[in-house]
Design a protein. Structure first.
Lengths: 761, 148
């Protein structure tokens, strides 16, 4: 509590000394009763003191609403702070994701944190440095342009003895400096007039600095959301309906009365939960509670064919155009040859290893939430709405959750905990079961992609008509989450867009249309299978379609797949990226498929290229296909990656490797199963992900572009992997996979069907 | 007996060991992942074997030695396996990493110089969703004193 008050009093000008805040709270401040609710948020971004504070010992605390979700973002932002201030990296502490102490910079999503928050952080730090130099100039009686800074100590050039440290200048005191800050969230422009360092002079940005929080993660000392305990805390569990979208008609509380430790049943609308003194009692009570549920009102398509028919035959709610140029009809009329194909992508899961978990303490019209959302301010808003209290009365304290790949943009657990805490009149921790997480996490939408293309007499693409059919994110920044729906809050829109990139936008084709048709998903009815943003939303499917289709055309023309792409790449960065992966893989020029192979194990190689949020990634994949059973083994992947200036090359590499492995998993194994009533993939057996014995060798090529701005690395490298695998399967066997995942059954079926049926017309 | 110290807890004997370790003994190393022995996040070592604490009743651990992640080392004094994971930066979110380290500990205790495929087999029941596998494999090699 002392720390919290000090920070707020400090910002309010009460003159308290800066105390140091740790990003990784110690057990002491987790367990102590120091988290009484404070007025939250709304710190003034135009005050330099809102962004950072300097302690008497010269260490720097930087405040950001960006959060560490396992991707290394906070370490990279700390590098940027250290660089601009010329302090050593070890002296920067990041205080992250507490809505009462930080400025809303937008959620940590979409590979946009380094790209968007990076400049905000850099400029705030640069403004602080400028202010420190002004103070130093007065203290040292020297002009600013004669000052130099090393490790937080300002000295006069040529007279190193004439020096003063940051700590001596402002340590523990306020800057009391106004800076400019316009716009909000991702788009906030912070102190753009302040001159930041020339990237040529970077010493800390660009270095493979070790991640700040890893030591505690390796020893059990890092406090995850799952590890938060507050005094008097009870344990809750939500009793979800066995079928989707239904209401309880009867709850028999006598069924749980005898469970030792049971406290109470909480019901609001169709939201039903139990609260108990221990986790085990909560689990037992949730299992034992007899609830009779009504039959669901809306039903899901019963199977994949019904789903893709729904996507194809439902009137789009809106058409999002990514590219529209030239005259497609004319181009097709003049074509030497035309092609068409369609591709299917299933619902997939985020699959957090640790399920949703939050703690809430609701007292009257105030609430404190401990949780791991990608957008703490978004959680503040949803909790305020469901509790019907002002946003400023909710404080969200961030603790990292399990890696979430977009899943924690929708912080369902915080709402559950808030309702149960209010119902129980005590702090409540809610941790979802594995079955609930698999069943109820919002899924990455299913997609159907249809493409037509045409070539001229020289084998150049002259027409490209790409249509992506897919659902929006029913669970998103503008739509009610699970508990909100259950208490009766209605969506007023169908949800966020699943994106438009990856449909061939990297190729220069004179007549080109790339559109994403939004097929609403039972809106405005309550949603039977929730959807949301899953890592690189929509792009893996669109890239699978467009990059396989390019390959189909190249194969038909007898062209080398890399060379055919290079004839059409729109930007040199795209071509460079593609060549880098091909070089790393030792690409031998020849058309696909490979010459006929007699062995049962057929080997092949495939390539794919993508661009997301202006970062490029290309993959070259080697596979072995067992022709007797259709089993595909990915043996090696060369992946190239260009995200502009790299802040932390080892951080980028870690992300790229992870993206590749997740991409292999999604391509080979992952498909949510469901029936008309509900999701039926309810554990890791029914929804398997890639395991150690099946992990390929990965060769990463990082392309650094220090002359460019820094871009994100959290998503792009996952996108080309499925397409490259499908192309490698074609190279090995001549069988074309047009539906993911590439299960043995689908591979066997495609091998029976070859040569690929519908590609020529 | 947990991490060398005898502990007495008053609890339902059928409570999974995981909840006793976490909630009664405040040991946050082992994590809840699935409760089904499918992911390995809750792994601890009992009688020298890597076991799933989410699916082991606490009565089965009575009077037997249990080691958790905390029993290996701390940030101030890391175990060589933890140090190897740090050196390889073999973590992303880290939620699964308890299981990786504890499984590695049990492996290296019985097989100090495992081959690549032995490591992969040993870790086959431990799921990682971030895709940190290749770094984890290198960390295990490094921890075993073999060339990475």
């Amino acid at each position: 509590m002392k720390n919290e008050l000090s920070r707020r009093q400090f910002l309010q000008g009460a003159g308290a000394l800066v105390v140091s805040f740790s990003l990784f709270p110690t057990a002491r401040n987790i367990f102590a009763a120091e988290f009484a609710t404070l007025p939250s948020g709304d710190i003034d971004p135009q005050s330099l003191d809102s962004w950072l504070a300097i302690s008497p010992d010269g260490s720097v605390t930087f405040y950001t609403s960006k959060v560490e979700i396992g991707t290394g973002t906070i370490t990279a932002l700390a590098q940027i702070v250290a660089e601009e201030l010329d302090v050593s990296f070890e002296r920067v502490k990041m205080d992250s994701g507490d809505t009462s102490r930080t400025i809303e910079q937008g959620s940590t999503v979409g590979s946009r944190s380094i790209e968007r928050a990076g400049p905000q952080v850099r400029q705030a730090a640069a403004a602080a440095r400028q202010e420190l130099l002004k103070l130093a100039a007065a203290r040292l009686k020297a002009p600013i342009d004669k000052l130099t800074v090393q490790n937080g100590v300002v000295s006069v050039v040529g007279n190193a003895a004439n020096k003063v440290s940051y700590g001596q200048l402002v340590g523990g005191k306020r800057f009391n400096t106004k800076i400019t800050a316009t716009g909000s969230g991702f788009d906030m422009k912070v102190a753009p007039e302040v001159k930041a360092k020339d990237p040529k002079d970077y010493k800390i940005v660009g270095q493979p600095v070790k991640r700040i929080e890893l030591p505690g993660k390796l020893t059990g000392e890092h406090v995850y959301a799952h590890d938060v305990r507050v005094p008097g805390m009870l344990h809750g569990r939500v009793v979800r309906p066995p079928v989707v979208n239904t209401e309880p008609t009867n709850i028999d509380e006598s069924s749980v009365k005898n469970i030792s430790g049971f406290v109470k049943v909480v019901r609001e609308g169709s939201f039903v939960g139990v609260v108990a003194r221990t986790q085990w009692a909560a689990i037992k009570a949730a299992e034992a509670l007899k609830v009779t549920w009504a039959e669901p009102k809306t039903k899901l398509p019963a199977n994949a064919d019904a789903l893709y028919a729904y996507l194809k035959n439902t009137k789009p709610a809106r058409t999002q155009k990514a590219v529209e140029k030239g005259d497609l009809a004319k181009a097709f009329a003049q074509a030497k040859k035309t092609y068409q194909a369609s591709y299917r992508w299933p619902f997939q899961m985020h699959g957090m290893i640790g399920p949703s978990c939050s703690v809430a303490d609701v007292k009257g019209d105030k609430a404190t939430i401990w949780s791991g959302p990608q957008g703490p301010f978004r959680t503040r808003a949803t909790v305020a709405t469901i509790l019907k209290i002002p946003e400023q009365n909710v404080r969200v304290i961030y603790h990292e959750a399990s890696g979430s790949y977009g899943r924690m943009s929708t912080d369902d657990g915080a709402e559950d905990a808030a309702l149960l805490s209010r119902g129980a009149g005590a702090p409540v921790r809610v941790q979802w079961s594995r079955q609930d997480e698999h069943g109820w996490e919002p899924k990455g939408p299913a997609q159907l992609d249809e493409i037509k293309a045409a070539i001229d007499g020289e084998g150049k693409l002259i027409a490209w008509d790409f249509v992506d059919y897919g659902q929006p994110w029913s669970a998103s920044g503008s739509t009610p989450l699970l508990a909100s729906l259950q208490v009766g809050i209605k969506p007023n829109n169908p949800g966020g867009s699943n994106g438009t990139q990856g449909g061939g936008d990297i190729y220069a084709v004179p007549n080109q249309k790339i559109v994403a048709e939004q097929i609403n998903w039972h809106f405005p009815e309550p949603i039977p299978l929730r959807t949301s943003n899953l890592r690189a939303p929509g792009d893996p499917a669109r890239c699978f379609a467009s990059e396989c289709f390019i390959d189909e055309i190249a194969a038909d023309l007898g062209a080398d797949p890399v060379e055919f792409r290079l004839r059409h790449t729109a930007e040199p960065r795209g071509a460079d990226c593609l060549k880098a992966a091909a070089d790393k893989a030792g690409w031998q020029k020849r058309p696909s498929p490979a010459p006929a192979q007699s062995a049962n194990i057929a080997k092949g190689r495939g390539v794919a290229l993508t661009r997301r949020a202006n970062a490029y990634a290309a993959a070259v994949v080697d596979v072995e296909v067992d022709r007797s059973n259709g089993n595909v083994r990915v043996t090696r992947i060369a992946i190239s990656h260009d995200c502009g200036l790299m802040v932390n090359p080892d951080g980028v590499k870690n992300q790229v490797e992870g993206n590749v492995i997740q991409g292999v998993s999604r391509a080979l194994l992952e498909e949510v199963a469901y029936d008309e009533r509900s999701v039926t993939s309810l554990d890791w057996k029914s929804y398997p992900i890639l395991k150690f014995p099946d992990v390929p060798e990965i060769d990463v090529v990082l392309i650094n572009r220090p002359e460019m701005a820094a871009l994100g690395a959290g998503e792009p490298a996952t996108i080309p992997v499925p397409a490259a695998i499908a192309n490698a399967i074609f190279d090995a066997t001549g069988a074309r996979l047009r539906e993911a995942p590439f299960t043995p059954a689908r591979v066997l079926a495609a091998m029976k069907e070859k040569p690929a049926g519908n590609q020529k017309s | 007996k947990v991490n060398g110290k005898t502990q007495v807890v008053d609890t339902d004997p059928e409570t999974p060991l995981l909840y006793v370790l976490r909630d009664d003994l405040k040991l946050n190393g082992p994590k809840f992942g699935c409760g089904l022995s499918q992911c390995g996040a809750c792994t601890v070592i009992m009688d020298g074997k890597a076991i799933r604490s989410c699916a082991t009743e606490v009565k089965a651990a009575a009077n037997r030695p249990v080691t958790t992640l905390e029993g290996l080392g701390s940030v101030k004094k890391m175990h060589p396996i933890q140090k190897a994971f740090l050196d390889e930066q073999a973590v992303q979110c880290g939620y699964c990493i308890n299981g990786m380290i504890m499984t590695t500990k049990a492996l290296l205790d019985t097989n100090p110089k495992p081959t690549d495929s032995q490591i992969k087999e040993a870790l086959a029941g431990n799921l990682c969703r971030c895709g940190t596998h290749t770094r984890i494999l290198r960390a295990v090699k490094r921890a075993s004193g073999q060339k990475v």
